[in-house]
Design a protein around this ligand. Structure first.
Ligand SMILES: Nc1ncnc2c1ncn2[C@@H]1O[C@H](COP(=O)(O)OP(=O)(O)OP(=O)(O)O)[C@@H](O)[C@H]1O
Ligand SMILES: [Mg+2]
Length: 467
């Protein structure tokens, strides 16, 4: 059994001794303070499970004292006692997060009961926290949560390859956690004290991307008013994360390949080669092999990058992670927003598990964030969740016989499905989608409009947020 440490703060001697007498017991160590100031001195040297304080005292008031304790020692429970029981002070006390509130006069039994209740609650909470922590550490790899066997395998690969300098290619749909895995590799590697430098190859036109990667000398081109160090140099000693490599033009592919093979490059406007020591991690949400077959990605670069390939499964192929991730994000956003939302019902989890999650974990995270922001109760139920799009397994083409539905409708359904998947895979890049679908850009745009598909819904967000 552990001993509970209790502090009683009361300026009137007789009352303080009375409280000590009533609460004394085998598993309790009771400390006394005659003022808020004295209480703070004691708190500086000792951890308390419970502080019982009078409200009205000369000097620091009881309310101010508990406010201070709440901030500095959030794990200490608080009980306020007052002779001036007004609704106002009760509300104020509860708002600060005081466990309970006793109005004088009260009997010894009432006091004992209230204190026992507080300790019972603390016990339950402690068990809960412990249980949660055990569960989570079992299914987490740092801040990456999963109990899916394919993901667990990726975690163990990450552990074994992190110490090496081998190039890694991470493939997976948008929002599956590619950047998270890349960071895990970096921070588990001997390079962890050096920089992790992400570059989004899909977001910039060639000239800008080249300057971004290789840097330039002063006066190398119009606008190059001073010398600029590129990301390759900036990442020296650390890890360079080339994101969306599938979107790189063939000219850039050549330049990157050369720099990778020689570990040497030149700043734009300079002939002097610069040597760098970097570990390279590349990521893509377009299947590179398909691009290679279509002649849109250099085969030699593909094999250079694919030394260690990691394929992150989409969320709909690891349904077991959905409840785990939902609770994980619930906890994060609840704490961040200071809200008291603790649970999510089975019905709500079920609803989350039937949705297809085209935006994968990021989309789930956004949904939970939005729900926590708007909810008023302390448990997320089905109706608290926003409207989710089309459910998984609801394939309109699968159920009826082919000719039961007019051809025009069939075609529209197929087009919608095709374009949805395509945009999802390439992160909403419409020119690329048009090319891959074998359509003109205008035609594609018209179709998207007719079908009510918004390409911006598929855009990747990490580049804007993670910098
Ligand atoms: N297994 C996971 N556990 C916890 N959080 C996750 C997990 N997977 C992804 N996330 C979170 O989801 C969001 C998206 O992850 P990340 O940016 O790594 O995805 P991505 O694959 O790089 O996406 P994109 O292709 O759009 O760039 C981040 O906020 C990340 O923290
Ligand atoms: Mg990313």
């Amino acid at each position: 059994m552990t001993t509970h440490q209790i502090m009683i703060v009361e300026d009137e001697d007789i009352q303080r001794r009375q409280l000590v007498r009533v609460l004394s017991g085998d598993e309790r160590a009771i400390f006394e303070a005659r003022s808020g100031e004295e209480a703070l001195t004691l708190l500086a040297t000792q951890r308390f499970d419970l502080v019982i304080s009078d409200l009205k005292m000369p000097g620091i008031s009881g309310l101010d004292l508990v406010k201070k304790i709440k901030v500095a020692f959030p794990h200490t429970s608080l009980l306020l006692i007052t002779a001036h029981a007004t609704v106002d002070s009760a509300i104020q006390a509860m708002k600060i997060g005081v466990e309970d509130y006793l109005a004088k006069p009260f009997g010894s039994e009432e006091l004992k009961l209230v204190v026992e209740r507080i300790f019972e609650k603390r016990n339950l909470l402690a068990q809960n926290v412990l249980l949660r922590e055990q569960l989570e550490s079992q299914f987490s790899f740092g801040n990456i949560i999963s109990k899916n066997h394919r993901m667990r395998k990726i975690f163990s690969t990450v552990v074994s390859i992190a110490p090496t300098d081998s190039t890694v290619l991470i493939q997976g749909e948008t929002g599956t956690g590619k950047e998270l895995i890349a960071k895990a590799i970096h921070f588990n590697s001997p390079r962890k004290e050096k920089r992790f430098v992400p570059v989004d190859c899909g977001a910039l036109p060639d000239t800008l991307l080249e300057a971004e990667l290789f840097g330039h000398e002063k006066g190398a081109f119009t606008g190059a008013v001073s010398r600029r160090v590129g990301k390759l140099e900036y990442a020296n000693g650390g890890t360079l994360f080339l994101d969306e490599v599938g979107n790189m033009s063939s000219a850039m592919q050549v330049k990157i390949l050369r720099a990778l093979e020689e570990r040497l490059f030149q700043r734009i406007g300079s002939n002097d080669p610069v040597a760098v020591d970097i570990r390279l991690i590349a990521a893509t949400n377009i299947d590179l092999l398909t691009l290679v077959r279509q002649g849109r990605f250099r085969e030699d670069l593909y094999y250079r990058l694919k030394v260690i390939p990691l394929e992150i499964p989409p969320l709909r192929e690891r349904l077991e992670d959905i409840p785990l991730l939902a609770r994980h994000f619930l906890k994060i956003y609840r704490d961040r927003m200071g809200k008291n939302v603790n649970e999510i019902t089975h019905a709500a989890v079920k609803k989350l598990m039937t949705y297809a999650w085209p935006g994968n974990v990021r989309e789930l995270e956004n949904i939970i964030e939005r729900t926590v922001a708007t909810i008023t109760g302390n448990c997320i139920d089905e109706i608290d969740l926003p409207e989710l799009g089309e459910a998984r397994n609801q394939d309109p083409l699968a159920n009826q016989s082919l000719i039961d539905i007019p051809l025009s409708q069939r075609t529209a359904e197929l087009e919608r499905k095709y374009l949805f998947e395509l945009l999802n895979r390439i992160g909403g890049n419409t020119p690329l989608a048009a090319e891959m679908a074998g359509l003109g850009l205008r035609t594609l745009q018209r179709k998207l409009k007719e079908l009510g598909i918004k390409p911006e819904d598929f855009k990747s967000q990490s580049s804007q947020f993670d910098k």
